[in-house]
Design a protein around this ligand. Structure first.
Ligand code: UD1
Ligand code: CA
Length: 452
């Protein structure tokens, strides 16, 4: 159902103690403001307005990539004044508005849609409510004898009896327009905080005969982030959601609590993720792949049945086709590995293209950086790179070529060639035994020497 979302993000966020504006702090790798925008869109919002403070260039920059209008709240006089800041953009609109906050990243689209349906069904206002274990600090929903909502009283303004009410305002509210702005016009700042409370529109609506409904939603969805402790709690809750979703979609996790997933991760069926794995932003993991313990992936696309780690680090631009193996202490960056290619141990592959079935020996390094620019390494299908090889880019190794262990390759190697760059071994027979003898007799002499 169509509606307009008004997302309040003009608060000072002082308790974050941060140079980064609160709405841009990330949960699951995605800014909190982004979560609110996504939830609104998923619920059917056709127009989204973010209410920002005047000094909000960083947030405005971030919003450039989204389809969001911006309203500026000149001074932070409360949630009512924040919504009123959207008036100029919305004054000619009918339909339903949903007010949301930019610091409640866990709200679900379903809950927003349910509030919108309540208003479409006849209520003037629908409030998202919850019953926290400790209601201190929240606005309380005061009910009439018939069970409809008479008013919302902020904690600081509540009487003792009202403070005993367990049903609290979650902050998200659906309201008919233009009624929203008509009611806001009547709101005063005659309260404990001297602010213009959005919540006051509820009493104004009910005394003029409008129906105010409410919908109890999960406390987790309302979890407001005010400081870094709340931010960590939101992250933990989101991670748990993401892991459950992945497992329900057919991913095995042996110790889910230790796995970190970016919200945009695409993980196909029958992937196995071992303990202590981090899947950062922009990853796609193909069906049946195994990510062994302590691996860290970002910006990586894996085909089906790849085997990664333990202790692998796949950095942005890593693309692996089916059946690739990347083992312990291997780092890849901006590199493509063809089907069945293997780099099993202690290797750095940067700006490299590795052919299907190539074998990259332990300790191979692509020397891609000369202190000024990055250079490419091309390794053909089926090539065999011996252990401890340095490939000085730009360099091309032909298909099925063999590079002898310990080589430093500074020029191209042809298809089917063997290249070795290594000094000849000099061997002196019996020299080790002789060396040991002389050392031992010297040692004896120093030990028996009398003290002077
Ligand atoms: C608000 C509700 C309270 C509810 C609680 C739920 C009001 C008056 N109170 O209280 O009933 O239980 O949320 O968490 O609405 N903001 C602005 N401009 C302002 C002030 C705030 O944009 O001038 C934004 C903030 O950035 C934030 C949101 O509005 O995203 C909520 O403001 P906040 O001050 O945290 O409200 P609470 O006191 O928590
Ligand atoms: Ca708050």
């Amino acid at each position: 159902m169509e509606f307009t979302a008004i997302i309040l993000a003009a608060g000072k966020g002082t308790r974050m103690k941060s140079s980064l504006p609160k709405p841009l702090h990330r949960v699951g790798g995605h800014p909190m403001l982004g979560w609110s925008i996504d939830a609104a869109s998923a619920a059917g919002a056709t127009h989204i307005v973010a209410v920002l403070a005047p000094d909000s260039t960083e947030i405005q920059q971030w919003l450039q990539d989204t389809d969001t209008d911006i309203a500026i709240q000149e001074s932070q006089l409360g949630t009512g004044s924040a919504v009123a800041a959207a008036y100029e953009l919305l004054k000619r609109k009918n339909g339903i508005a949903v007010v949301m906050f930019a610091d409640t990243p866990l709200v679900r689209a379903d809950s927003i849609a349910a509030l919108v349906r309540k208003v479409a069904g006849g209520a003037a206002i629908a409030v998202a409510a919850f019953e926290p274990a400790d209601p201190t600090g929240y606005g309380r929903l005061v009910k009439s004898k018939t069970g409809s909502i008479d008013s919302i009283v902020e904690h600081r303004d509540a009487t003792d009896a009202q403070q005993r009410i367990g049903l609290c305002n979650g902050g998200i509210m659906a309201i008919r327009m233009p009624l929203l702005f008509e009611l806001l016009d009547q709101v005063t700042n005659d309260n404990a905080k001297g602010e213009y409370y959005l919540t006051d529109i509820v009493a104004l609506a009910s005394t003029t005969g409008h129906q105010v409904g409410h919908l109890v939603i999960d406390e987790l969805e309302i979890l407001g982030v005010n400081d870094r402790v709340d931010l960590a709690a939101a992250e933990a809750a989101l991670q748990s959601r993401l892991r459950v979703a992945a497992m329900q979609a057919g991913v095995t996790m042996t110790a889910p609590d230790t796995v970190f997933l970016s919200a945009d991760a695409i993980i196909e069926q029958d992937v196995i993720i071992e303990p202590h794995v981090v899947i950062g932003s922009n990853c796609h993991i193909g069906e049946g792949s195994i990510i062994h313990a302590f691996s860290h992936l970002e910006g990586t696309r894996l085909g089906a049945c790849c085997i990664i780690g333990p202790y692998a680090r796949l950095r942005p631009g890593t693309e692996a086709d089916e059946g690739v193996k990347v083992g312990n202490f291997v780092e890849t960056k901006n590199s493509r590995l063809g089907a069945g290619a293997k780099a099993n141990h202690l290797t750095y592959l940067g700006d490299a293209t590795i052919g299907a079935g190539a074998n990259i020996g332990a300790g191979t390094i692509t020397c891609n950086y000369d202190g000024f620019g990055k250079h490419e390494t091309l390794i053909g299908d089926g090539a065999f790179i011996g252990s401890n090889t340095a490939l000085v880019a730009p360099v091309t190794i032909g298909a099925r070529a063999i590079i002898g262990a310990g080589s430093t390759i500074t020029r191209d190697v042809g298809v089917d060639s063997i290249a070795v760059e290594r000094a000849h071994t000099s061997e002196r027979e019996g020299a080790a035994a002789k060396f040991r003898q002389t050392r031992q007799s010297k040692d004896k002499k120093t030990k028996t020497k009398p003290r002077s």
